[in-house]
Design a protein around this ligand. Structure first.
Ligand code: PMP
Length: 571
């Protein structure tokens, strides 16, 4: 049995900061071992610098069931904080926990003044998790308990409840979607493929940085400097977990997907692609994953060749294998096409390309926000994505590189922070990620991205993907009987949350304008895929693209506005 709260109060009373840390260490020794089955990713508490797993066991369901907090950490001081939480909530029902003022306990212990800002964040994360689990057991929605939804996988001996995916509740967290337009209507936002909206948590996080601890990163060792570094590196660690990178050092913050692909084409490509070499890509790539390779090929006198597509817009694997016989240096493909919606079989592409000795670059701008991605299992050489498509800020993105590939890659931007030694005669570079992050990082945006990633992981990418498929099915069925309408790309089996189409005799710009009149926001044009539009003999298309917050009602509104618009425009 661990100490009671009264005993802790008594011991803590007259301790100064240093002695409090020693006491927390001692308290940590009282903590019982956590069963291995509870050390799961789902039980990890976000916002802690150390690793913390937290779950509850309970004797039933409903507000009167009793909860026991079960947790552990790899930090001894955090173990001490867990003992305080266990003592504070001991013997309480779910209802009691939800009504309990735990902050008063922290205040009486002067904890907030004595622990580091990062630990305070971690403590807040643990309390939020406890409240969430208590709300679930009590049978309340996450909304009522003012905490975000997280997916908690059940572990055999612990009784846990999972929150179902609810796009309506998710949508409530997005201010832009709940802010009336000039005519009083709410936006039906169907352009997340261009940029997703941000949840309140991300907006708040950026504001928190600006208001409470902004300073430059990797510079000052004063308190603000330490805090900002912890936050920035915490964001990097979250991004690494998100894509399955073995270490955060392989995650480089960039201004976005376009910049990341240029870094790779120039920094890796110029060194490794020689005259006569072949670079493979597809006609369906976004310009960001096409033009840098075209430029590199021109500069190196290499050949840019196109992997053939099937009629429904998927990679033709037999055609790809044929091209691989010529031993290309690079294969650059997207995880998901931003026009066709095709999900490419990245793992198979990598396996085949590696057998042929090629380096594989994946443009994850559309795949990373919409489906689980694991760079280690897929064994990709490089993967890039943008913050603003994954519920995060603009101006920041991620370039992941396999450790050996990052060693082989030259920086293309030089200056402060990226150096090891600078002398009048020459300079040497720091190791990744610093080597590729010259100058001041997009600090606030990167920390915001970390929050967006934690938000996305809490909701669950598998759930987001499944939800978007439901919406895509509804769109495809709804569009199937509109006369003269052609949908591009494959069927549901190979498609993510994007549908592009054209309607005979209707200009995409006119269509977009009429949809806009009904506050339905779609994208029209070539979607930065001119080669694909030329190949399909189209000047432009209309695109709808989804995210976690879109609902079936959005699709219904879109389909009815589309029918009206088409009949008006055909007159
Ligand atoms: N690749 C794909 C597949 C995209 O959809 C986009 C954005 N539309 C990009 C690259 C470029 O992303 P960014 O503008 O954030 O650099």
């Amino acid at each position: 049995m661990t100490s009671t709260l009264e005993e802790i109060y008594e011991e803590f009373e007259d301790l100064d900061r240093q002695d409090q840390s020693l006491f927390l260490l001692e308290l940590g020794d009282e903590l019982a071992d956590l069963p291995d089955s509870a050390r799961t990713d789902e039980n990890l508490v976000h916002g802690c610098q150390s690793q913390v797993w937290l779950t509850v066991s309970c004797d039933g369901e409903g507000p009167d069931s009793y909860l026991e907090i079960i947790a552990d950490s790899d930090s001894s001081i955090v173990r001490g904080l867990i003992v305080i939480l266990q003592s504070a909530y001991r013997g309480m029902s779910a209802r009691d926990i939800l009504n309990f003022d735990v902050q008063a306990v922290f205040q009486r212990l002067h904890l907030q003044q004595h622990i580091s800002p990062q630990r305070r964040n971690g403590l807040r994360g643990m309390v939020e998790r406890i409240l969430l689990l208590a709300a679930r057991v009590a049978g309340q929605g996450a909304e009522d308990s003012k905490v975000e939804t997280v997916a908690v996988k059940s572990t055999p001996q612990l009784h846990q409840t999972a929150v179902p995916f609810d796009a309506g509740l998710i949508r409530k967290q997005f201010p832009v979607l709940n802010h009336p337009l000039e005519d009083g209507s709410l936006p039906v936002y169907l352009d997340s493929g261009a940029s997703a909206q941000k949840p309140q948590a991300v907006i708040d996080k950026q504001r928190e940085v600006e208001e409470r601890y902004f300073s430059n990163a990797h510079r000052g060792t004063y308190q603000l400097g330490v805090r900002i570094d912890e936050e920035l590196e915490g964001a990097r660690a979250s991004a690494a977990t998100f894509i399955g990178s073995a270490t955060p050092d392989q995650v480089i913050f960039t201004p976005g997907t376009t910049a990341g692909l240029n870094y790779i084409a120039a920094g890796w490509g110029r060194r490794h692609v020689q005259a006569g070499d072949q670079i493979l890509t597809t006609i369906s790539e976004h310009h960001a994953n096409f033009v840098p390779w075209q430029q590199l090929a021109r500069e190196r006198q290499a050949k840019l060749e196109l992997i053939p597509l099937t009629e429904d817009g998927r990679i033709d694997i037999a055609g790809f294998q044929k091209l691989l016989e010529q031993k290309p240096r690079v294969v650059a493909v997207s995880g998901m096409s931003n026009m066709l919606g095709t999900i490419n079989p990245v793992r198979e592409i990598v396996r085949l390309a590696h057998d042929a000795g090629a380096c594989v670059v994946v443009d994850g701008a559309q795949s990373v926000p919409h489906m689980p991605v694991d760079v280690v299992s897929d064994d990709v050489d490089f993967l890039v994505f943008s913050g603003h498509k994954v519920y995060g800020p603009t101006g920041v993105g991620v370039l992941y590189g396999r450790a050996d590939r990052l060693e082989e890659m030259d920086p293309i931007i030089f200056g402060g922070h990226m150096i090891d030694q600078v002398e009048a005669s020459g300079s040497t570079w720091a190791k990744a990620p610093a080597k590729f992050e010259a100058g001041t990082a997009p600090i606030v945006q990167a920390i915001g991205l970390g929050e967006a990633i934690r938000w996305t992981m809490d909701v669950g990418l598998a759930a987001i993907h499944a939800h978007e498929r439901v919406l895509v099915r509804q769109v495809l069925e709804g569009l199937s009987d509109v006369p003269g309408l052609t949908v591009y790309g494959p069927g549901l089996e190979y498609r993510g949350g994007i549908v592009s189409f054209s309607v005979d005799g209707v200009h995409p710009e006119d269509l977009a304008a009429l949809l806009d009149e009904r506050s339905i926001f779609t994208r029209h044009g070539h979607h930065c895929t001119m080669p694909l539009h030329t190949y399909l003999k189209l000047s432009g298309t209309t695109r709808v693209s989804f995210a976690a917050y879109n609902t079936e009602a959005d699709v219904t509104a879109f389909l009815s506005a589309l029918r009206r618009a088409v009949s008006v425009l055909r007159h």
